[in-house]
Design a protein around this ligand. Sequence first.
Ligand SMILES: NC(=O)c1ccc[n+]([C@@H]2O[C@H](COP(=O)([O-])OP(=O)(O)OC[C@H]3O[C@@H](n4cnc5c(N)ncnc54)[C@H](O)[C@@H]3O)[C@@H](O)[C@H]2O)c1
Ligand SMILES: N[C@@H](CCO)C(=O)O
Ligand code: NA
Length: 442
Amino acid sequence: MPEGKPNSAGPIRVALLGCGTVGTEVVRLLTDQAADLTARIGAPVVLTGIAVRKPNKHREVPAELLTTDAAALVASDVDLVVEVIGGIEPARTLLLEALRSGKSVVTANKALLAEHSAELFEAADASGADLYFEAAVAGAIPLLRPLRESLAGDRITRVMGIVNGTTNFILSGMDATGASYSETLEEASRLGYAEADPTADVDGFDAASKAAILASLAFHTRVTASDVHREGISAVSASDIAAAKGLGRTVKLLAICERVTETAEDGTTKESVAARVHPAMIPRSHPLAGVNGAFNAVFVEADAAGEMMFYGQGAGGAPTASAVLGDLVAVARNRVHGGRGPRESAYAGLPVRSIGQTPTRYHISLDVADRAGVLAQVAAVFAEHDVSIAAVRQEGRVDDASLVIVTHAASDAALRSTVDKVGGLPVVRDVVSVMRVEGEEQ
Ligand SMILES: NC(=O)c1ccc[n+]([C@@H]2O[C@H](COP(=O)([O-])OP(=O)(O)OC[C@H]3O[C@@H](n4cnc5c(N)ncnc54)[C@H](O)[C@@H]3O)[C@@H](O)[C@H]2O)c1
Ligand SMILES: N[C@@H](CCO)C(=O)O
Ligand code: NA
């Protein structure tokens, strides 16, 4: 259908691709809320088919709608394709096919959007179709639409938050009860938070995809997952959690997207963007420290609006389906009444900086020999690498001591070489924990 042309012909016909944790809940909401959806859209929604891989698996959905031929379903007479399969292929090919033939798309697939948004938006623009993906970042929380629409008149400077429910569930479990990493991961998978392959969660890939989507929207620049510096939580140990607790902090996996403005000697300014995902110690008094379980929370800072925080359920079948349905209603309304949602806006085209150029603060915890001059030796290595120390705490025991150092902002490279050299000092018995620190005054 040409862009902006109202569909007064009848119902909105929807194809659903995938029927796992999220897909099942999408079908339930479509069924339970059919009358309200019709009233809100101005036309009834008809689910014409559900593409699945295993048709004989027990599901609480109408069996007559199931098909294993997703391509044929996409090619059939539908207005809208909802994709909740996940992963790159076959989702990419199916959605490109849908968009090229003028069918609007709603997807929860952050992995796909973080790699292939350019070609997907191009296909949508060519045919005048819509591409909506609120469920892809922070589950139920309305976040992408506020960034894309409500804040379109402002200048966003920073987006920082907890965007992966599985890792937050694991870290808050480890912090609260001392539960093991594997126990909490199993529970997160059972509750439907984890990705099909949970290494996407624990190794930070899922959060990096979300950071790429957030940075792209916030800074009107195309940022892909490979532009995002990524560290997961698999190296976060019980010692890190204990060290954080001892300092009145907790460990969270953060996604941080920043607009960086540098002023040259001649007064000219140069802007770039940086996006990173890594575990960080934050003070227990920080609002993100109280975000537990599969909840997500994202701070947005904009010039005129100031600071905003978005908080809610970031994972799980029903919360995610809520965001999918919200997009479905928006896209269906566009079909019924004419018009189109916002297109990709990458006009700023800012350069993306690497983590090596982005200074952060660090916490380092060392087991050292408890004798005179140790602190001086350690401090000398920091000075040699130009890593400035903000605070030091030493706790002596009978024949050894623990030394906790918090640095001022330092580059990743400088910190790594400092830690390597400090770890090699004869007076240092063990480097217990090295972790970035966020959420405090510089
Ligand atoms: N679960 C969540 O909390 C959550 C939250 C936000 C976004 N998402 C995203 O939603 C999507 C779906 O997640 P999920 O948790 O429902 O995953 P899931 O693994 O529970 O469901 C995906 C389903 O797709 C099916 N599938 C695989 N290949 C297929 C094919 N070729 N044709 C038809 N079906 C096929 C699988 O058999 C599976 O049942 C992913 O992109 C995920 O990242 C999930
Ligand atoms: N696996 C994801 C699902 C929500 O995107 C998470 O744990 O946050
Ligand atoms: Na969302």
